[in-house]
Ligand binder design. Sequence first.
Ligand SMILES: Nc1ncnc2c1ncn2[C@@H]1O[C@H](COP(=O)(O)OP(=O)(O)OP(=O)(O)O)[C@@H](O)[C@H]1O
Ligand SMILES: [Mg+2]
Length: 313
Amino acid sequence: MSRIHEALKKAEQERATSQGGPATQPNLATAAAPESPLLPDESSRAVPPAVPVGMQSNSAVPPFASPFNFDALLARSAQLQWEPDAKTMLFFDKGEAARGAEQFRTLRSRLYHLREKMTLKKILVTSALPKEGKSFTAANLAQVLVRQHGRRVLLIDGDLRAPSLHLMLGTTFSPGLADYLQGESDEFSIIQRGPMENLFFIPSGRQIANSAELVANGRLKLLLQRIEPVFDWIILDSPPAVPVSDASLLAKACDGVLIVVRSNATPFEMARRAKQEFPDQALVGVVLNGADGEFAAYARYYYDPYLKKEPKA
Ligand SMILES: Nc1ncnc2c1ncn2[C@@H]1O[C@H](COP(=O)(O)OP(=O)(O)OP(=O)(O)O)[C@@H](O)[C@H]1O
Ligand SMILES: [Mg+2]
């Protein structure tokens, strides 16, 4: 049984024995690690089409003449006045003292350990079903990563169906990813920044009907190839993996996938089905969201091999 499978099974057992309802306090534990180094998807090397599938041939294609570097990003990205939701965005107001912050620091350390063994910069955060904490995890993971001095982090709302990161961060949703994927915006105009230094955000963009087609049209890989040298981490939020295909399509442009399992809520069968949506080597871990303190030991059990070395971070 793989460690990820064991982790999911453990979460299911906890759910079966627990008497309580879903947790309301942020409390995360992580589990599982890949058995083998992650290999980049071969298709990521394919040259994406210049014009997205389904677009008119005379549609605007973003100009790529200008170089993408950090100075250009600072000069051309919009600096906005975000108003983050203090209840769920753990690192804006209370910083390191917020409840749940420690679990995110642990998750960060584990990702750095994994990064010693594999290419790991672009991480997709997903889960089986709605409301399990994907956006909460993606947003707080991005924040805890950027709190380390000099680290630049890009958070992307890849949930084009029910975007929520802009609400959590208290900012605008457009222009954003959907506009870029349709060839209507360039990368500078979709990336925004707020009050947290070195944290950048691409919102979902204006709502569209054909999100799976757009995500698969090749322009996401083009975008990430172009901008990733500027960032230390890129965190993508996604729709739930079981009902729709967007998450597995988004994962093809990423190095690894984190699956969020909501304690006392996610049925084991659903978590298993979510896992099946991704190649084994892409799965970098399970985030147990809403777990109580006893899950700390559980997390350590799965990560012991990686705790022997100090993190780079
Ligand atoms: N550990 C937690 N502690 C407190 N609030 C949480 C926690 N996890 C999630 N929430 C809150 O629960 C709600 C649902 O979480 P979230 O939006 O992250 O789920 P989701 O999986 O992204 O949902 P969707 O599939 O609809 O995008 C949000 O209001 C979020 O802030
Ligand atoms: Mg969400």
